[in-house]
Design a protein. Structure first.
Lengths: 207, 207, 207, 207
DNA sequence: AATGAATGAGTTTTCATTCAT
DNA sequence: TATGAATGAAAACTCATTCAT
């Protein structure tokens, strides 16, 4: 009756099913952004998607799976946006700037997505599976950033600092952006991005 | 039924009552740290405190009040620890170092407290009253930090950056510490604190 | 979760939903009549309706809404019954008789309904919204009766009395009927109705 | 430990105990009048009496007993006031007038008492014992009134009506007074009493 | 006699999930 | 595939009553 409890995640799915899942994920994002994770019940999400609550369970065996898919979707979208900004950079410094500025602009353009994933990440402590997944996701992103710093140091472009601490700090500073933009709606996004990039450029560059 | 609906918060409370409240707050902290805010029901908290769930409501009229008291307690404790570290600094740079290092060490010594307040702050988005309170708390802390940066600039000690962006970033980087220390238990705390302070010292100082 | 938070009350409702709501209202009436408002918990009502307690909340967002619907249902049913008796009366005296006799007969035929609404009206003192509604309902009924008396006086059919006091008294005397019929099951209803009508006919008529 | 579960009600009680009971009863009356029966918890009553909640249970084994005592107290007080007004009347008509006018004036002078007993009577459906007692109380009052009407008829002073119906109606009309006086605070009490007495004088008197 | 902290049973309400259609 | 009525387990909160002091 249901499309089976797929363990391998990316099993074959019909076009129409994929479309429904996408629609539900999108509705989940706007719902969470609008009324908060705690109040984002299936009824609320279904209402916004224009479908019945039962259909959500039909497509996502557990609530956790839907939330995981939301995070996956947003992360993919962000990755894509950031890769475009970062790749082809001439220097590690430029790559870092590109990453930071790209992130900030992405935040400004997709506020609902960012609010959604931050709320899920915070609340997901109870949803074991989602929690694990989110942590892994985060760990990977952090590791990549750490690697970039290490490479920049080996290339002699960055000073000698602890790459891990720097990675954690940059990540945290970037992730603080959505809340700040939300708290101060009039903020000049480009200036904000620039200032944030300046901060970490000064922090990493060889004297 | 309850020991009076206290509006002015700091009404006279018997010694025994104060002790119970403290015990409940402590139990709430370890419960949230252990199983997460979402699962931290009164039953769970009461189990850990060795009391009946009803007693929590007896001492805290609403769930929100308990959570607010948790935040208040932790913030007070942290403020005390940080003030000791910061006051009497000879320079703004030293004050910033003191703040950052103090925060990191506090995190290392009180991991549960930090996890608890971050979870409450994140989850409280739905609980109107607590949300407001947490946001005000945060806004105040941010504003103070911003002021410090502005003063440092006026004193010619800091370079010309946007104080708000810097405050947000420092705060975010500091608040990322508990999760990092939890994720990597073996971390050398002093080194971590030092590195984090270095990052922002380089970011703020006049070239 | 619920079939929408209807504000306009008379939104479109599926046949099956309407049926369930009716069933629940009916169960609420017999429950209140049987064990009293104070003990008429959802568990009790659901048991009598042969459904689960959660289903009541599913159809009525708040307890108050269910109670309001009970009153609305009974009032409508009673209005219908009384209108048939009253309209087309040749004189004000006849209209008053029709009203009183109609009311008494309605009480005899629907004892549970009358008990239920009187209990709700009395208990609703605490339930703010229901209270307001019930009071308005009552005030309207009283005002209509008062108007009738005034018109009868202007028409020269009634003597010169305070219409308000008379309205309050007639209403009270009528509303005392269900309890009396319940306390004395063997009562001759027609005779009772007749006697009650006599009382107020003598009280209002021009000497 | 407790003053024993007295079944015979009027067992020997120390002066101090009697005083406490009176104080608690008085507090219960004002509490119910102020916040309604449903919200009149022991904590609320105790607060108003300036004692601890436990002491109420100490003096009244069950909640029901307290409520029963409230009714008893008010009824006694009212009886006393009415007897003074009624006794020594020259005619049955005069006695009826005295009763009605006395009741109305008592309502105006003791609004809290009347509100309290009406709320308890309505809510007491759940409290088996109190319910029974209140019903007996009411039945007695009704029977006395009925007797008076019968005697008046035998004396040739009243017309030939059903004494029971008349008794129920007079009682109901009188009991509607407190709500009316509350709903319309400016009401001229003496005029109200007069009008009400007029109504029933016309209803009972021999043409 | 009196306190008031503590309990535990009961309430309404919420909601993911199930299932007959 | 899709619906949406229905369930059942869990939550926070209320409060008469108990009991150690």
């Amino acid at each position: 009756m249901q499309p089976e409890n797929r363990s391998g995640d990316q099993e074959k799915r019909s076009f129409i099913e994929e479309a429904r899942r996408g629609q539900i994920v999108a509705a989940a994002i706007v719902t969470i952004a609008e009324i908060g994770y705690a109040k984002a019940s299936f009824v609320q999400i279904a209402r916004r998607a224009g479908i019945s609550p039962g259909l959500i369970t039909y497509h996502f065996a557990r609530r956790e799976e839907l939330m995981k898919q939301v995070m996956l979707t947003v992360h993919n979208s962000m990755d894509q946006a950031l890769t475009a900004r970062t790749e082809g950079s001439e220097s590690y410094c430029a790559a870092l700037r590109g990453l930071i500025e790209g992130f900030v602009h992405y935040c400004a353009e997709h506020p609902a997505e960012l609010i959604a994933i931050s709320q899920i990440a915070a609340a997901a402590r109870d949803a074991e599976a989602a929690r694990t997944w989110a942590e892994e996701q985060n760990a990977t992103a952090l590791a990549e950033l750490e690697d970039m710093f290490r490479e920049g140091q080996e290339a002699g472009e960055f000073r000698d600092f602890a790459p891990r601490v720097m990675a954690v700090s940059v990540m945290a500073a970037m992730e603080a952006t959505p809340a700040e933009l939300m708290a101060r709606p009039g903020t000049d996004v480009t200036a904000y991005a620039n200032e944030l990039a300046d901060i970490f450029e000064l922090a990493v560059r060889r004297a």
